[in-house]
Design a protein around this ligand. Structure first.
Ligand code: NAD
Ligand code: TYD
Length: 352
C-alpha cells in the first residue's frame, strides 16, 4: 500500500480517486486530519472499496504515522497534507507553521525511522514524494522567465514561507540521511472538489448565488493554471520514474491574469446557465481591497518534467475550465455540504 496524507483535501482527494480508478493499483492508506479543508464527501464513491483505508489523524503525530507505516508495510508516501490558503495564512499563520513545518518534520522523522529498518532492496524501492508549490519561488515581473527548478527560494507569504521551510527539511533529510525523496513544485490547480475559498470555485459559486465576484486590487495578477487531474498524472509519473533527491516543476503552460479567469468563468456560465435578467455574470464583478503582499506573477517552466519523464498536461485552460464549471453545476449536493457555518464565517471575515 501507499500512504497518502491530506487525501480528503482538493488535490489529495482527486489523487486518491484517480489512483484507485485503476483496478490494479496498490491500495491507499489515507491520513487526513479533516480540518475545515478536508471533506469525506469527496471520497464517497470509495465507501465499498477495500483498497481505501481512511484514518483521521495528524501528520505531526509521530507514533500514529510510524504505526501506520509498519502495519501496512507502506511502499511510498505522497505528502499533500498542508494548510494551503494564502489569505488564511495572513489572518493566522500559526497553523501553517504547525502543520507545514513541524508536521512535515515529524512525518519525515517517522518515515526515516520506518525506512531505516527496511531491507536494502525495500529501502531502494521506497519513495517519499513531497507536494509543494511554485509560490516558494516568490513573485515574477512581467518579463522574467518562468520559474525553473534552479530558481532561488524567495517566499513572500506566511503560507509560501512555511512550504519553503518544509521543502528545505525534505531536501536535508535526503542529503543527510539518504531518505529517498522527490519534491514537486506545482502551479495553481483548479477542477472538481475545490473548496470555494480559492478564486475559481469562489467565483463560480458566488456568480450562481448572485453575489459579488471579488477581484483583489486591479485583477492583473497572473497565475499559471493547471487542471487538477493533470497534476495527479504528473505525480504518478514522478513516483514511478522521478530521480531521487530531484525537484520537478509541474505547470499547465496557462498564464492568465485573474480578471481574464473571472471573465472566462462568467462567459461559460452565461451560456450554460443564463441569468434570468439577461445580464452577463460579469456584471457581478466587484473590485475589493488588495491582499497584503500580493505576489504579482507566477509562471512555471515545466520543461524538465516533459524532457526527462515525458509528462505534459492533457488539458488547456479552455477545456479544463469548461469541465470545472460543468462539474460545479452538476454537483450541488457536494457544494451544499461545504457551504457550512464555518465557511460563511470565513467569507464574512475575509470580505466584509
Ligand atoms: P487543501 O487545503 O484542499 O487540503 C489539505 C488537506 O490536508 C485537507 O484535507 C486537510 O484536512 C489536510 N490536513 C491539513 N493539516 C493536516 C495535518 N496536520 N495532518 C493531516 N492532514 C492535514 O489543499 P490542496 O489544495 O489539496 O493542496 C494539497 C497540497 O498541494 C498542499 O501541500 C499544497 O501546498 C500543495 N499545492 C496546492 C496548490 C493548489 O493550487 N491548491 C498548488 C500547488 C501546491
Ligand atoms: P487563490 O485561489 O487564493 O490562490 P493563490 O493565492 O494561492 O494564488 O488566488 C488566486 C488569485 O486570485 C490570487 O492572485 C488572488 C486572487 N483572488 C482574488 O482576486 N479574489 C478572491 O476572492 C480570491 C480568493 C483570490
Amino acid at each position: 500500500m501507499i500512504l497518502v496524507t491530506g487525501g480528503a483535501g482538493f488535490i489529495g482527494g482527486n489523487f486518491v480517486l484517480d489512483w484507485l480508478a485503476n483496478p490494479v493499483a496498490k491500495g491507499i492508506v489515507n491520513l487526513d486530519k479533516l480540518t475545515y479543508a478536508g471533506n469525506l464527501a469527496t471520497l464517497k464513491s470509495l465507501k465499498n472499496d477495500a483498497r481505501h483505508i481512511f484514518v483521521q489523524g495528524d501528520i505531526g503525530d509521530y507514533d500514529l504515522v510510524l504505526s501506520l507505516l509498519k502495519k501496512h508495510q507502506i511502499l511510498a508516501v505522497v505528502n499533500f497534507a498542508a494548510e494551503s490558503h494564502v489569505d488564511r495564512s495572513i489572518h493566522g499563520p500559526g497553523e501553517f507553521i504547525q502543520t507545514n513545518v513541524v508536521g512535515t518534520f515529524n512525518l519525515l522523522e517517522a518515515v526515516r525511522a520506518y525506512w531505516s529498518d527496511l531491507s536494502d532492496s525495500a529501502k531502494k524501492e521506497f519513495r517519499f514524494l513531497h507536494v509543494s508549490t511554485d509560490e516558494v519561488y516568490g513573485s515574477l515581473s512581467p518579463t522574467d522567465p518562468a520559474f525553473s527548478e534552479t530558481n532561488p527560494y524567495e517566499p513572500n507569504s506566511p503560507y509560501s514561507a512555511s512550504k519553503a521551510a518544509s521543502d528545505h527539511l525534505v531536501r536535508a533529510w535526503h542529503h543527510t540521511y539518504g531518505l529517498p525523496v522527490i519534491t514537486t513544485n506545482c502551479s495553481n490547480n483548479y477542477g472538481p472538489y475545490h473548496f470555494p475559498e480559492k478564486l475559481i470555485p469562489l467565483v463560480i459559486l458566488n456568480a450562481l448565488a448572485g453575489k459579488p465576484l471579488p477581484i483583489y486590487g486591479d485583477g492583473q495578477q497572473i497565475r499559471d493554471w493547471l487542471y487538477v487531474k493533470d497534476h495527479c498524472s504528473a505525480i504518478r509519473r514522478v513516483l514511478e520514474a522521478g530521480k531521487l533527491g530531484e525537484t520537478y516543476n509541474v505547470g499547465g503552460w496557462n498564464e492568465k491574469p485573474n480578471l481574464d479567469v473571472v471573465h472566462a468563468i462568467c462567459s461559460i456560465l452565461d451560456s450554460l446557465r443564463p441569468k434570468t435578467d439577461g445580464a452577463s455574470y460579469a456584471s457581478q464583478i466587484t473590485y475589493v481591497k488588495d491582499r497584503p503582499g500580493h505576489d504579482r506573477r507566477y509562471a512555471i517552466d515545466a520543461s524538465k518534467l516533459q524532457r526527462e519523464l515525458g509528462w505534459k498536461p492533457a488539458e488547456t485552460f479552455e477545456t479544463g475550465i469548461q469541465k470545472t464549471v460543468q462539474w460545479y453545476l452538476d454537483n450541488q449536493e457536494w457544494i451544499d455540504g461545504v457551504i457550512s457555518g464555518s465557511y460563511r464565517d470565513w467569507v464574512k471575515k475575509q470580505y466584509n
